[in-house]
Write a protein that binds this ligand. Structure first.
Ligand code: C2E
Ligand code: CA
Ligand code: CA
Length: 404
């Protein structure tokens, strides 16, 4: 969670900050209105707000927040009369803000911990509800995915992967997008599980992404001759023993060198039917394709299984990267994953990098490649072209000349 703590009493704000950090969340502490306005963003999940401050009162803050239409959860705090706290709560609710709790000062550590647990649960159920609503609104089925594909409603967005050392672009991750005429942008979190219900539908999607990505990479050759492209392969595709032939035929037909394509598989995908997964992945490796273990740290495979599969790169899951600087546990996962990758000949990759401090720390830990909103969001091809042109041409050129 991204948490903002606003209290003019610095000691008290620090106490709350520490309590929240100890639970592994990302906290920003502010003590005046200007800092509050500067640090509040659409990404803020939870706000601890003192109601009585000298420069601006909490009610004005509530008005400010209401205008932004934020979905952040609010915890109101005060040492004053509980009746005032409750009145403020009602006011905030009337302005469509979500007040999670009101806390009467002095506040016990356990009360903060309880609030954090409640916030976690609320955020989780809101996310599940909105995913379900998105699905229900159009009641999409697997067949709709196939129809959308035939009607050209799908396109591929690309997110650049950068070398941390010099920020040159090493590759692109191809990410599917569905612009549905009635539902608008449908998230991959909704349509990939739908497609996975039918091997034929998932296979059609994979084929579309592969072809588009290979064509686009060739079209980009003039600008960036040595870029690689990473394509996600669903767990269900590992049940198809013919997958390596399908991929090889597409790539050969388009005329791309095999080493410029990387297939990304999640850890869970590779461990569910390990024997067949090893067979398929080994054939892909022997043909010269790259294979990446995606979302590393979220599955349950043993280290033995991982070293049996001939992966060329390891992508540590973004949830650990996001909390690298704020959680000792996430830091440990990043460190160990990077070490494991290096010791077993895999390229260590980090995704979900959202700020410069995290990028610096990843480099220090030994990560080689990184992607994330800090560098660039996934972009459709025209925006990607603009971005690549605007991105430090010198570093791209130098890296290309050095052999990518
Ligand atoms: P993934 O493979 O782990 O892809 C990374 C996801 O993280 C993408 O979400 C990307 O937009 C997002 N992301 C990248 N940088 C940041 C960041 O700094 N902050 C945050 N908050 N997010 C970031 P997206 O595009 O919504 O894709 C979600 C998942 O859907 C992908 O996760 C992948 O598992 C699946 N997916 C997407 N395209 C395909 C596809 O063509 N085939 C298959 N099988 N799965 C796909
Ligand atoms: Ca991926
Ligand atoms: Ca991932």
């Amino acid at each position: 969670m991204r948490v903002l703590v606003y209290d003019d009493e610095e000691d008290f704000a620090s106490f709350v900050q520490e309590a929240v950090e100890d639970q592994g969340h990302h906290v920003t502490m502010v003590t005046n209105a200007a800092e509050f306005a500067e640090n509040f963003s659409a990404e803020t999940d939870l706000i601890f707000l003192d109601l009585f401050m000298p420069d601006v009162n909490g009610i004005e803050c509530i008005r400010f927040l209401a205008k932004t239409g934020t979905k952040a959860l609010l915890v109101l705090m005060s040492g004053q009369d509980p009746a005032i706290l409750n009145a403020a709560r009602e006011g905030a609710r009337a302005s469509n803000l979500t007040v999670l709790d009101v806390l009467q000062k002095p506040i016990a550590l356990s009360a903060i911990e309880d609030v954090l647990d409640a916030a976690d649960a609320t955020i989780m159920s809101t996310r599940q509800r909105s995913a379900a609503q998105a699905e229900a609104c159009c009641d999409l089925q697997g067949d709709d995915v196939l129809e959308g594909l035939q009607k050209n409603e799908f396109f591929v967005a690309y997110q650049p992967q950068l070398r941390l050392e010099n920020r040159s672009v090493a590759g692109l991750e191809a990410l599917l997008r569905w612009q549905h005429p009635e539902c608008g942008a449908v998230s991959p979190a909704v349509f990939i599980p739908l497609a996975e219900q039918s091997p034929a539908v998932m296979s059609a999607l994979t084929e579309f992404v592969l072809k588009t990505a290979c064509y686009d990479l060739i079209a980009l050759s003039g600008l960036c001759p040595n870029l690689k492209v990473s394509v996600n392969v669903s767990a269900t595709s590992l049940d198809e023993i013919a997958l390596p032939d399908m991929i090889q035929n597409i790539v050969r037909g388009i005329g791309l060198e095999n080493h410029r394509l990387i297939l990304e598989l999640t850890e869970t995908a590779a461990s569910s039917n390990l024997g067949q997964a090893i067979d398929i992945l080994t054939r892909l490796r022997m043909a010269g394709f790259g294979v990446s273990i995606d979302d590393f740290g979220t599955g349950y495979s043993s280290l033995e299984q991982i070293v049996q599969v001939p992966f060329t790169e390891l992508k540590v899951d973004q949830r650990f990267v996001k909390e690298l600087l704020t959680s000792d546990k996430c830091r440990a996962v990043c460190e160990i994953s990077c070490l494991l990758a290096r010791k077993t000949g895999m390229l260590p990759v980090a995704e979900g990098v959202e700020d410069e401090a995290t990028a610096q720390e990843l480099l220090r830990l030994g990560f080689v490649l990184a992607q994330g909103y800090h560098f660039a969001k996934p972009m459709a091809k025209p925006q990607l072209l603009d971005w690549l042109r605007a991105h430090d041409q010198d570093t791209t050129g130098v890296a290309a000349a050095a052999g990518g």
